[in-house]
Unconditional design. Structure first.
Ligand SMILES: Nc1nc2c(ncn2[C@@H]2O[C@H](COP(=O)(O)OP(=O)(O)O)[C@@H](O)[C@H]2O)c(=O)[nH]1
Ligand SMILES: [Mg+2]
Length: 187
């Protein structure tokens, strides 16, 4: 899959249609700050600087929109849960995420990133519950699985059998995620 950067915005979302006039479906990526979101975007689309990765968490404040293969929109939502951020910043991220989730009519898949060493936090659970209530398909992606031992990985996947293990050190991750996205969007 090939991604074309569209824009970064707080609330001015792009609206793209296919040649027949049907709005493109949207896939949104969410997760707490530092979960590996930017790294996954760069790895998944095999472009080093598509998303800016940063060792300093909490840097992405805006929503980033990409067009993938001219077939769907990839929405990179701001990371949440960065404890050191000022309160008004946290409120801003939370508003940005909520506004998008509650106004998007074409959201067809939510990708929820969870750090494989940390498990779900309260914000993650709230998002998963929201997706379930809205009947929006949800894929849980367990990031940085190269940091787990073989035994830890087995236990985690037993606990979350539907989750996708993802590591930017492994191109297999990319293929598995791509397959699942295709299955859900074009089923
Ligand atoms: N070992 C390992 N480190 C990762 C992986 N994905 C991300 N990281 C590291 O985790 C940190 C945060 O990643 P980043 O993509 O900036 O997270 P974001 O805040 O969610 O966008 C960086 O130091 C990355 O190099 C992975 O699959 N394996
Ligand atoms: Mg980032």
């Amino acid at each position: 899959m090939k991604a074309r950067f569209l824009l970064s915005t707080f609330s001015d979302y792009p609206h793209l249609k296919d040649p027949r006039g049907t709005p493109l479906p949207e896939v949104a990526l969410v997760g707490r700050s530092n979960v590996g979101k930017s790294s996954l975007i760069n790895h998944f689309f095999q472009e080093r600087n598509l998303a800016k990765t940063s060792a300093t968490p909490g840097k992405t404040r805006l929503l980033n929109f990409f067009c993938v293969d001219e077939k769907f929109i990839w929405v990179d939502l701001p990371g949440y849960g960065y404890a050191k951020a000022p309160k008004e910043e946290i409120a801003k991220w939370s508003i940005a995420i909520h506004t998008y989730l509650h106004t998007s009519k074409h959201l067809k898949l939510l990708l929820l990133l969870i750090d494989s060493r940390r498990d779900f936090g309260a914000d993650d659970i709230a998002l998963a519950e929201w997706a379930n209530a809205q009947q929006i398909p949800l894929l849980v992606i367990l990031t940085k699985t190269d940091k787990l031992s073989a035994g830890e990985k087995v236990r985690l996947l037993r606990k979350y059998p539907d989750a996708i293990p993802y590591s930017i050190t492994n191109s297999n991750s990319r293929q598995i995620l791509e397959k699942r996205i295709r299955e859900i969007l074009w089923a």
